[in-house]
Write a protein that binds this ligand. Structure first.
Ligand code: HMG
Ligand code: NDP
Length: 834
């Protein structure tokens, strides 16, 4: 049912002009229709036979007074609800719509029926009772949720699909219930009930046709995003979805009620019709009443009294409600009525929507948006003065930090009762902790608004704390792209790369394309993380004794036993020793399963050092890391003796592909590789840098997959070799040798959701199910193969002289257009265009 309404809503919203024109044309036709006979006036009074003046009936007055009071109360309630939904636009749209539809369209229908509404005085109160402003407002809110023109129809369709079934059932029930009024026997009530039924049905038709179309048009004409900011659509979206899901029990009751009422109607109408076929609306309209007994003095008094009481009651009610609405209603009922949890959810919704709308060109700047979010939806509690320090401490110690305001928490931090870096734990809400830390930081910054563009919401800090970061103030969104498919050992991979260097992914992608047919072959040569503590002995004799002791097979076995006991996966492979005077550097090498392994190996090494110290009590442990490891620093040892995964990859590219995809020749590439990657790097005294840009690819994949980014230093060690291939030597053979890729698929940043999603893309997330270490090894091979792709493409760009042109296009688009337009040619006197 809901889907049906949804489809219908989409049709109305996506063809607004057609629907509006059709409805207006029909209405105009109805209004101007030639009347075949003189219209019969509906009057809310009836003609008195005896006195020739408006007939007065006490029962009518009482009933009508009650209806008027109810109508006023109901309208009051409606306005309060609208205030809760909260916006002048919504109120305006809904109000206009209701007035328009209720009066204009109902009048049009009355015109077709050739009925003239002479006295709308009482009908007005019925209108008030029939109007449901909130439904119109809610549909408007759905429309306002749309962040781009494309979304308008979908949002309205969603609104119609949610509201449609409820409104349809409500209309049926309303018509039937009001229809009971036509059987009441109270003359004025009967006439108005007929009128009201008609109005309800007309309202329904307009709500389902004209209104969605109008909304759609308004949104399109009014530029979606402008509405968005003002309407806080995110808030309403969440509310709507929560509140509009129809309660099945209520729906069932309504259905049963409708059937019952239908039975009542059929029964009474059948009996009325069979009794007197003249009865009906027209009969009621022309009914005359003999009221001669009312001409008595008592009757006259009653009439005067009842009329004035009628007015007095309504007046008092109106004044009371106005005073209450203006002076005593809460100014921020939205907050009052929604649980803090819901507000938080709503805010998350806003952030999600913000991400969606940030793609829209029309949307306000990020700074403006963030200001809006900060100002409107900050978790700031009431701006009451903070409680006293002892009171706050009492609450804090009672473990009820959620009761404390941000300012009170800051007071506890300032007075050293809470360490600032422990905020998340103290408030037991990581996001709130981060938010408070930002506040403290902002107070200490020269430019307080510096943090506005640094996001912090909607991040799973539970995975960060105690694992990836301290003193957290948010997160940095880094764009991530994909290169590929890359064929590695006959399997296709799509490579996630997080980078801000335009052109890098385009280049790697071109490399992947160049090796698409032949693919890359990869082999893992060795796997072993290293840690090398520095220890000191009293003399070189003692130091060399230690070297001899460690080299002994049995002693190594004993050390390995200690080391291996510290982890299920870290397994000591070998120990190399490096002596320097009385200093000894002991390099532990261990496999660490699927983890990069620095924590694991450090733990095992520490255990071994303690075992060693038992044999050499004079040994002084200077540091667990003596830089011979070598971690996160350029060094020859990793290049020569490997660290982490040592991988080698090769591929062959045909001369045709070199020409068509890489726009160069094999000869030019080989020539460049020798001059640049070999000779050039040798002249520079490079260690492990015999490549064009391995670090680019390594770092982008490292960031995407949650590796320790600082380990790009050794991990990017690479020698790229290019050779001629094939019979004529016109095809290209390329290999990359990377001896120290420090990488893992478990531990560190790999556990964060976005990063593990990237690992998932490559099919290597987490620990390998059967062979510990297999995932990390595979990831290392993928990295090396991606480096091959990157190397080929950049070398080709350099060989063909395309580097600057391509970077201005992809890396500097803001000025690239003009630069490219000028062709980057050198001026006639030798100067280059800017
Ligand atoms: C962890 C600490 C700081 C503890 O240090 P601690 O002295 O035990 O901590 P404390 O509780 O006594 O607090 C002292 C101060 O530390 C700060 N502090 C204390 N805890 C926190 C926290 N949670 N968040 C933020 N700040 C903290 C804070 O400023 C605090 O002062 P307070 O504000 O309380 O007056 C210390 O043991 C330490 O610095 N460890 C070294 C860890 C490190 O540097 N890791 C880097 C990675 S290792 C690596 O990647 C490279 C490597 C090692 O392989 C390179 C190589 O080969 O050498
Ligand atoms: N301490 C240091 O000196 C340095 C630390 N780092 C940081 O260390 C972190 C990485 O350390 P790392 O040791 O890799 O990771 P972890 O510290 O997260 O250790 C890996 C954990 O995963 C468990 N595990 C489960 N399944 C497997 C599996 N299949 N293979 C391997 N381990 C498995 C290990 O079990 P078990 O407990 O049985 O071993 C271990 O507890 C990063 O955050 C990095 O930045 C970086 C450089 C230096």
């Amino acid at each position: 049912m809901s889907r049906l309404f949804g489809m219908y809503g989409r049709v109305c919203a996506s063809r607004p002009w057609e629907v509006i024109v059709a409805v207006i044309t029909l209405t105009a036709c109805f209004l101007t229709m030639e009347k075949s006979q003189k219209p019969v006036p509906i009057t809310t009074t009836s003609t008195c036979l005896g006195c020739k003046e408006d007939h007065f009936h006490a029962a009518d007055v009482v009933v009508m007074t009650i209806i008027r009071c109810l109508a006023i109360l109901y309208s009051y309630h409606q306005f309060r609800n609208l205030q809760n939904l909260g916006s002048k636009y919504i109120l305006g749209i809904a109000g206009l719509f209701v007035v328009f539809s209720s009066f204009v369209f109902t009048s049009a229908v009355l015109n077709i029926l050739q009925i003239e509404l002479v006295d709308l005085k009482d009908a007005l109160f019925f209108f008030l009772l029939l109007i449901d402003l909130s439904k119109a407002a809610k549909l408007a809110q759905f429309a306002l949720i749309s962040s781009s023109e494309d979304e308008i129809a979908s949002c309205i369709a969603k609104g119609v699909s949610i509201l449609g079934p409820t409104i349809t059932l409500d209309t049926v029930v309303e018509t039937l219930v009001i229809g009971v009024g036509t059987l009441s026997g109270v003359h004025r009530l009967e006439i108005l009930s007929y009128f009201a039924c008609l109005s309800v049905i007309v309202n329904y038709i307009i709500f389902m046709t004209f209104y969605p179309a109008c909304l759609s048009l308004m949104m399109e004409l009014g530029k979606v995003s402008n509405f968005y900011g003002e309407e806080k659509a995110g808030v309403t979206k969440m509310l709507l979805e929560e509140t509009e899901k129809s309660n099945p029990a209520v729906q069932r009751v309504k259905l049963i009620m409708s059937i019952g009422l239908m039975a009542v109607h059929i029964h009474s109408r059948w009996s009325v019709t069979s009794g007197n076929p003249q009865d009906g609306l027209n009969k009621n309209q022309t009914e005359t009443v003999d009221c001669r007994e009312d001409t008595s003095f008592y009757g006259y008094l009653m009439k005067q009294f009842a009329l004035s009481a009628d007015h007095i009651v309504i007046l008092i009610l109106l004044i009371t409600l106005m005073i209450k609405f203006i002076f005593f209603e809460s100014k921020d009922p939205l907050r009052e009525h929604i649980e803090p949890e819901t507000i938080r959810d709503i805010k998350r919704g806003i952030q999600r929507q913000k991400r969606t709308i940030s793609s829209s060109v029309e949307v306000q700047t990020d700074v403006e948006y963030n200001r809006f979010i900060e100002a409107e939806y900050s978790d700031e509690q009431v701006s009451d003065a903070p409680r006293s320090l002892p009171d706050c401490l009492k609450i804090y110690r009672a473990d009820e930090t959620s009761e404390l305001t941000d300012d009170e928490i800051i007071m506890l931090i300032d007075t050293k009762h809470i360490p600032a870096y422990n905020l998340e734990k103290a408030v037991k809400n990581p996001e709130r902790g981060v938010k408070i830390r930002r506040k403290i930081l902002e107070n200490n910054l020269k430019k307080r608004e510096s943090l506005i563009n640094l996001p912090y919401r909607n991040y799973d800090y539970s995975k960060v704390l105690g694992a990836c970061c301290e003193n957290v103030i948010g997160y940095i969104p880094v764009p991530i792209g994909v290169a590929g498919p890359l064929l590695v050992d006959d399997k296709k991979y799509y490579i996630p790369m997080a980078t801000t260097e335009g052109c890098l992914i385009a280049s790697t992608n071109r490399g992947c394309r160049a090796i698409e047919k032949s693919g890359v072959k990869s082999r893992l040569i060795s796997d072993g993380m290293t840690r090398a503590p520095v220890v000191r002995f009293p003399s070189i004799v003692k130091a060399s004794d230690a070297v001899t002791w460690i080299k002994d097979t049995d002693n190594f076995a004993a050390l390995k036993l200690s080391f291996d006991s510290t982890s299920r996966f870290a397994k000591l492979q070998k120990i190399t020793t490096h002596i320097a005077g009385r200093y000894l550097f002991i390099r532990f090498v261990a496999e660490t399963g699927d983890a990069m392994g620095m924590n694991m190996i450090s733990k095992g090494t520490e255990c071994c050092l303690h075992a060693l110290q038992r044999h050499f009590p004079e040994m002084e442990i200077l540091s667990l890391s003596g830089n011979v490891c070598t971690d996160k620093k350029p060094s020859a040892i990793n290049w020569l003796q490997n660290r982490g995964k040592s991988v080698v990859c090769e591929c062959i590219i045909s001369s045709e592909v070199v020409a068509s995809v890489l726009k160069t020749t094999t000869k030019a590439l080989i020539d460049l590789n020798i001059s640049k990657n070999m000779v050039g790097s040798a002249i520079a005294g490079s260690i492990g840098g015999f490549n064009a840009h391995a670090a680019n690819i390594v770092t982008a994949i490292f960031i995407a997959t949650g590796q320790d980014a600082a380990q790009n230093i050794s991990s990017s060690n690479c020698m790229t070799i290019m050779e001629p291939w094939g019979q004529n030597g016109e095809d290209l053979y390329v290999s990359c040798t990377m001896p120290s890729i420090e990488i893992g698929t478990i531990g560190g940043g790999t556990i964060l959701p976005a990063q593990s999603a990237c690992l998932d893309m490559l099919g290597v997330r987490g620990p390998h199910e059967d062979i510990p270490g297999a995932n990390a090894k595979q990831l290392a091979r993928i990295v090396c193969a991606s480096v091959v792709a990157g190397e080929i493409s950049l070398m080709a760009a350099l060989a063909s002289g395309h580097l600057v042109k391509s970077h201005l296009k992809y890396n500097r688009s803001y000025s690239g257009k003009s630069a490219l337009g000028l062709g980057l040619s050198c001026g006639s006197v030798g100067s280059c265009d800017r």
